[in-house]
Design a protein around this ligand. Sequence first.
Ligand SMILES: [Zn+2]
Ligand SMILES: [Zn+2]
Length: 76
Amino acid sequence: MPSNANKDRSAYRRRWRVTGPQQCHCCRQEAPFCWRCRCGFRICQRCMQENIWGMSCNAITWDCPDCGARNGLGNQ
Ligand SMILES: [Zn+2]
Ligand SMILES: [Zn+2]
């Protein structure tokens, strides 16, 4: 399991810009593209690939580790 996924979660509770680099909530680095959950959680492509086994069971959807919502992998 990723060990840094749940650290300092309260720091994430703010609005994020819609455009420009997006900060991955997993590795904390800015990425040109992140998958996004309705709750505001974002994860970059690299982290998604590293954690796909824990977040997706079918490579079509992924479950947000923050709120548990199901999101599509291919529609963003
Ligand atoms: Zn990342
Ligand atoms: Zn979520």
